[in-house]
Design a protein around this ligand. Structure first.
Ligand code: ADP
Ligand code: MG
Length: 213
């Protein structure tokens, strides 16, 4: 089974940073419709701080790398998304452990722990119109694909597709968590910005894994 080593994880983080920076205006536009127009800026600022931190050298183990990403996001992003994505990466790192590579089930377990961390922190449930609505289907799809015998690149590709569908499915939802919930019914008819950045998170993971295979 293909393994995802620290270099691939670092490549994922770097691609995620580049993609949220490239899509900063779009993420901000989504947040201007149902929030306070800072999601693109928050993600770009946080991931740029992560890039500077990792520019000094990639840590040897997956947990050190992911914990460093998580701590940097928590400390550099003021919005809700900083602590939520920060917790995601911290929990992912804690579950990955001091290893230099992850196999498919190891990656799936780490991502599941990251998702559980977001839930522990933000209490989001399915259909609340948050990043959970893109992430939970992605992690489920990864588990299902691996259980059905898919290769790791194919399984991560299935997770990315599920995240994109989850993002799109937030469009008609009425927000029940975060700033968008203050709008009540008026939050319907807009994509959730955090679900949009989470779809990018899984798209860049799939690309990093596919290119390393
Ligand atoms: P803020 O809302 O503080 O301005 P951002 O704009 O950066 O922070 O992030 C907003 C995104 O955070 C939302 O689109 C949503 O996906 C996510 N979010 C907000 N609250 C929660 C929560 N309690 N649980 C999960 N995700 C949440
Ligand atoms: Mg915002």
């Amino acid at each position: 089974m293909a393994a995802i080593d620290t270099t691939v994880v670092a490549d994922w983080i770097s691609r995620f940073g580049a993609a949220v920076t490239e899509k900063r205006d779009w993420l901000t536009e989504l947040d201007s419709a149902i929030g306070d127009a800072d999601h693109g800026a928050n993600m770009a600022r946080g991931m740029s701080a992560v890039g500077e931190k990792l520019g000094a050298g990639t840590p040897a183990t997956v947990d050190e790398l992911l914990k460093s990403v998580g701590m940097t996001l928590v400390s550099s992003v003021g919005g809700a998304s900083g602590p939520l994505y920060g917790t995601f990466f911290l929990r992912m790192g804690m579950t990955a452990g001091a290893v230099s590579e992850l196999d498919g089930p190891g990656l799936a377990a780490a991502l599941r722990a990251g998702l559980d961390g977001i839930v522990a922190r933000g209490k989001a449930e399915a259909g609340d119109k948050t990043m959970f609505d893109a992430m939970a289907p992605a992690v489920d799809a990864l588990d299902e694909a691996l259980a059905a015998g898919s290769s790791v690149p194919d399984a991560v590709g299935a997770a990315a597709d599920a995240a994109a569908r989850g993002r799109d499915a937030t469009l008609p939802l009425v927000a029940r968590k975060g700033r968008a919930s203050y709008l009540g019914e008026r939050s319907a008819g807009h994509l959730d910005p955090g679900a949009a950045s989470t779809a990018i998170l899984f798209e860049t993971l799939a690309a990093a894994v596919a290119d390393s295979a």
